[in-house]
Design a protein around this ligand. Structure first.
Ligand code: PEP
Ligand code: MG
Length: 563
């Protein structure tokens, strides 16, 4: 856990995930239902288990309906997670577990809590994306119990003035429909850089800090200044000074968002900024941003809901839609299926693995099913030919040079340019040998951090470890970048780290040749890089690499940049 930065002045700190400064009173999310209300309700006085189950059905249907209504007025990722929560509230398996507990003589509240506990254990054991649903399950539990005992639904109270929303962790239902004019920043005690909280904050464009230990102890109404770049939450600041800082930050964000490229450092070194895309629609919308192409097309995201493997022709159609917007001289890096672990795909995932993140995922799926890879490469080659777009192809989860060599041979046989992702420390340490057999490398910092720190990227209480600013992760990136320079071959970064404007300067300074990120991150990153020279980037890299921990590394880079 992150420790308070300065207990003497009452400042707290956490992992900064969305930059920007906000100031205002703390507003706590209503979490638990009062034990007194639950005690009053007792066993609900139902005549039998059947009538208690009917009351559960009413409560679950009402909760699901709330999610569905919120989903209808939400957009993008928020709408998707709310729809998923509605489905979870109606889940037959959950209802079955509640019924079993009722039949065994438990009261309705205990029956719901017991059933949810059981599902939480199953989801936690499965790890990855499923483990992330635990927050959603607990949210459903609180809401169903609140409905049963006749208490108001837990969640975000409506702010009466611009406020800083504080919670242990935020569920999608808490964060959807938030008005950024009234909720000006999010701070949570738990949650990682890829948690729902962070995703929603990015979407709303409000500062966000996760993993802030001690934040729950701040009383509602405490005036704080939240800095989403430094990760600090200050108390006792002068309100006028705070207002000025907020205004300066707002002006800076506006300026950054208006950057239009082309990407280059202050002293004119051209840079490559690329987009991460998931399908034809996102490729098209990213194409109008100032990007030189796509640095990561996550092909598995096209197949999450498909039971059967699409044919080569069907795949060629899907890939063509992504390649087509870049037929104007730009290029697209297609990643072969990264199924398994947090991205289960019906036709390509090994079921029942004890530890799926370390199991048969990514490239490894092709070991006992080479046809899966061959058909995908055929589909990609057909799309490349049809659109005329320059197409590079890379494999995820590559651990050995032999794997890279086999993959490269298959890709070259189809006239395409082969590369591999560096997501496993073994690949970073052997980057120089990898580059003897492939034409480029792309560092996936999300997984590289997970595997270097042995910390699940979805874990909500390991934000301090799942941080790409960790010295060991930065060293592995530097080793890989150095190998690229020596070999004269491109080494890019395509994980979340590339979207962090501060870290982007250090990455360029290490010799990284391209940064690929969510389309909306491109302008702030491009603008930041345009304000610094290559020499400053190199100084930022040295400062980051020499720092003892992530917060010190951020502070050292900020100092180099004069922030
Ligand atoms: C990564 O691991 O950094 C990466 C880009 O791949 P994904 O996030 O899809 O696992
Ligand atoms: Mg990855």
């Amino acid at each position: 856990m992150t420790t308070p930065a300065n207990p003497a002045t009452g400042s707290l700190s956490g992992t900064p995930v969305v930059p920007g400064v906000a100031a205002g009173p703390v507003l706590h999310v209503r979490g638990e239902i009062s034990p007194a209300a639950i005690a009053r309700f007792g066993d609900g006085g139902f005549a039998d288990a059947e009538s208690a189950l009917a009351a559960y059905d009413d409560a679950a249907a009402a909760v699901a309906e709330t999610f569905t209504t919120k989903a209808a007025s939400a957009q993008g990722a928020a709408a998707e997670v709310l729809t998923a929560s509605a489905g979870l509230a109606r889940d037959k398996g959950l209802r079955g577990a509640v019924n079993k507990n009722l039949q065994a003589g438990h009261g309705p509240v205990a029956a719901v809590q017991g059933a949810v506990d059981q599902f939480v254990t199953i989801f936690t054991t499965m790890g990855g994306l499923m483990a992330e649903r635990v927050t959603d399950l607990r949210d459903i539990e609180r809401r169903v119990v609140a409905h049963l005992v006749g208490e108001p639904a837990p969640g975000v109270p409506t702010p009466t003035e611009p406020s800083i929303l504080v919670a242990e962790d935020l569920a999608p239902s808490d964060t959807s429909g938030l008005d950024p004019a009234l909720v000006t920043a999010l701070v949570t005690e738990r949650g990682g850089a890829t948690s729902h909280t962070a995703i929603i904050a990015r979407q709303l464009g409000i500062p966000c800090i996760v993993g802030a230990a001690g934040i729950m102890e701040l009383p509602t109404g405490t005036f704080v200044v939240v800095d989403g770049e430094t990760g600090t939450i200050e108390q006792g600041a002068d309100p006028d000074e705070a207002r000025e800082r907020v205004e300066a930050s707002r002006r800076l964000r506006e300026e950054l968002a208006s950057w239009t490229g082309p990407a280059a450092t202050l002293d004119g070194l051209p840079l490559k900024l690329l987009a991460n895309v998931a399908d034809g629609a996102s490729a098209e919308s990213a194409g109008v941003e100032p990007v030189q192409g796509v640095g990561l097309f996550r092909t598995e995201l096209c197949f999450l809901d498909q039971k059967e493997e699409p044919t080569v022709d069907e795949q060629a159609d899907i890939y063509s839609a992504v390649l087509a917007p870049y037929a104007d001289g730009r290029y697209v890096v297609v990643r072969t299926l990264d199924a398994g672990s947090d991205k289960p795909i019906a036709f390509a995932t090994h079921a029942g693995e004890e530890n799926p993140a370390l199991g048969v995922r990514g490239l490894r799926l092709s070991f006992d099913n080479p046809g899966l890879m061959d058909r995908q490469l055929d589909g990609i080659a057909a799309a490349a030919e049809r659109t005329g777009t320059e197409t590079w192809v890379m494999a995820p989860m590559v651990a050995t040079v032999a794997e890279a060599a086999d993959f490269a041979e298959k890709v070259r046989a189809r006239g395409l340019k082969p590369g591999v992702m560096v997501e496993i420390p073994s690949a970073a340490l052997l980057a120089h040998r990898m580059l003897e057999v492939v034409d480029f490398l792309s560092i996936g910092t999300n997984d590289l951090t997970q595997y270097t720190m042995a910390a699940d990227r979805m874990a909500t209480d390991l934000a301090h470890l799942t941080d790409p600013w960790q010295p060991a992760v930065l060293q592995l990136i530097a080793i890989t970048a150095h190998a690229g320079r020596e070999a004269g071959k491109p080494v890019g970064v395509c994980g979340e780290a590339a979207a962090d404007p501060l870290l982007a300067t250090a990455l360029i300074g290490m010799g990284i040749s391209s940064l690929s990120m969510a389309a909306r991150a491109v302008r702030p990153v491009g603008a930041q890089l345009s304000r610094v020279s290559l020499e400053t980037c190199e100084a930022a890299a040295e400062a980051a690499l020499g720092a003892p921990d992530p917060m010190a590394a951020r502070a050292a880079v900020r100092e180099v940049l004069g922030h």
